[in-house]
Design a protein around this ligand. Structure first.
Ligand SMILES: Cc1cc2nc3c(=O)[nH]c(=O)nc-3n(C[C@H](O)[C@H](O)[C@H](O)COP(=O)(O)OP(=O)(O)OC[C@H]3O[C@@H](n4cnc5c(N)ncnc54)[C@H](O)[C@@H]3O)c2cc1C
Length: 406
């Protein structure tokens, strides 16, 4: 059954109450707003305007205290389409060339993650190059007795965000030292990260534990002393540090590499249309969690149509995302509703959209493909990427990039 909901109200606390009332039973923990990130186009635009990439190359890996960091913190808005990659790319051109180049390379990693996921979909949950041996039983690899772990988990669960470096610490600690399957750790991240996407999260885990590259990233006290020295000084285990030395390298076995890593036999399916496909006259623009920004192509092509968003009940019941993630989405919708008439629903997109004439943007994720096959789509607009997926190798970032440049 589908239920039309009130439009979420403006303001993080009111959005949190709205989530508690409207999506009861469909999230993990308390629905509170991230103290650090506000949902919505206005907040995204302000964050981008305040981004200064000077010093990015030198400081992007710094961890603690937060004032040492060079990371932009733009990922939650990038994830949900409020900051399209091309706009972010163009906006940093003024900066020092080394920093601009490094920052843009990271945007390309995001694009690579999306292309890989667009092609392989759910197969990205399998180890793509090598299977790391995991223990039959494992304890809690993320012991909060260690100050470094406690601070990282505090940020993951409290803010819903981590810098890249501490994502690698947690992932390595979970699987390489802790012996737990990487897919379980990936789910833990996905539950909490405001930028959590299967595309980038799985790539990050595969790459860190060595499932996607064949070489694991080892985490030890050395990185903490270098990137966050005060954490070791404050740690009650500083004289008995459980990560004093490098972790032993785990056994790994080769896996059969999916043929689709080397060649895409169905590029049109992966990449979607190059031009808007028009089959009728739409009455509404369907937005998804991938496309909540004002620059969504289907929205901009239909400036006079109302927008519609569905909180997919079955999906949320299965994922149990943290309340914080849902509050962020509600804030995005509340902000959008100040510029567009907006319908917000709880149910399945099929039930809500059945019988309606819909415009939307192609989204290179399995869930969208599955749904779009069953929906009456009057218009489908091309996905706004930095580049169009190619049909060559996506085995590694460098292979993907080489082909992109030819
Ligand atoms: C284990 C693990 C899990 C990860 N999970 C996610 C995830 O769920 N969602 C996500 O967007 N990123 C993920 N990343 C990639 C990266 O850590 C984050 O994109 C980055 O930390 C976001 O912070 P930022 O916006 O300050 O990044 P910045 O360093 O300021 O970079 C700017 C933008 O470039 C992109 N970017 C930067 N580094 C990477 C990278 N290594 N891979 C892909 N894109 C990158 C992001 O869009 C980011 O917002 C993961 C990395 C690892 C190692």
């Amino acid at each position: 059954m589908a239920v039309r909901l009130e439009t979420p109200p403006l303001g993080p606390e009111r959005c949190a109450e709205w989530i508690a009332d409207s999506l009861r039973g469909l999230f993990h923990g308390e629905p509170t707003a991230s103290p650090r990130f506000r949902g919505g186009q206005r907040a995204a635009d302000e964050a981008l305007a305040a981004t200064d990439v000077a010093g990015y190359a030198r400081r992007r890996n710094e961890v603690w205290p937060p004032s040492r960091r060079g990371a932009s913190g733009l990922s939650p808005w990038i994830r949900h389409g409020l900051l399209p990659l091309e706009r972010v790319w163009d906006s940093v051109g003024y900066g020092p060339s080394r920093d601009v180049a490094k920052f843009r390379e990271e945007l390309l990693w995001q694009e690579y993650a999306r292309h890989l996921y667009a092609r392989l979909g759910r197969q990205t949950r399998d180890s793509l190059r090598a299977e790391l041996a995991h223990d039959d039983e494992w304890g809690d690899p993320w012991s909060r007795d260690m100050r470094c772990m406690a601070v990282c988990l505090g940020e993951l669960e409290g803010d819903g965000w981590l810098v890249n470096q501490t994502r690698m610490w947690l992932a390595s600690q979970w699987s390489v030292r802790g012996g737990a399957p990487w897919q379980d750790g990936e789910d833990r991240f996905f539950r909490h990260l405001l930028d959590g996407s299967r595309a980038a999260n799985r790539l990050g885990w595969q790459w860190t534990v060595g499932a996607g590259s064949g070489k694991s990233y080892g985490f030890s006290r050395w990185q903490v002393e270098k990137r966050a020295p005060s954490l070791c000084r404050e740690c009650k285990l500083r004289d008995a540090c459980p990560i004093q030395h490098w972790p032993r390298d785990r056994d790994r076995k080769r896996v059969t590499v999916p043929a689709r890593l080397d060649r895409d036999p169905d590029l049109a399916r992966t990449a979607g249309p190059t031009e808007p496909e028009r089959r009728g006259s739409p009455e509404i623009v369907w937005l998804t969690a991938e496309s909540l920004g004002d620059e969504d192509p289907a929205l901009t092509a239909n400036p006079n149509l109302p927008a519609l968003f569905v909180f997919d009940e079955a999906l949320l019941a299965r994922l149990r995302l943290s309340g914080k993630r849902l509050v962020f989405l509600a804030e995005c919708l509340a902000d959008l509703s100040t510029r567009r008439p907006l319908e917000v629903w709880r149910g399945t997109p099929e039930a809500v959209l059945s019988g309606r004439s819909v415009a939307c943007t192609f989204t290179p994720v399995p869930g969208w493909r599955r749904l779009s096959g069953r929906l009456p789509l009057a218009e489908v607009h091309p996905w706004p990427g930095l580049s169009r997926p190619h049909d060559g190798s996506v085995r590694s970032f460098s292979a993907w990039r080489r082909r992109l440049e030819t």
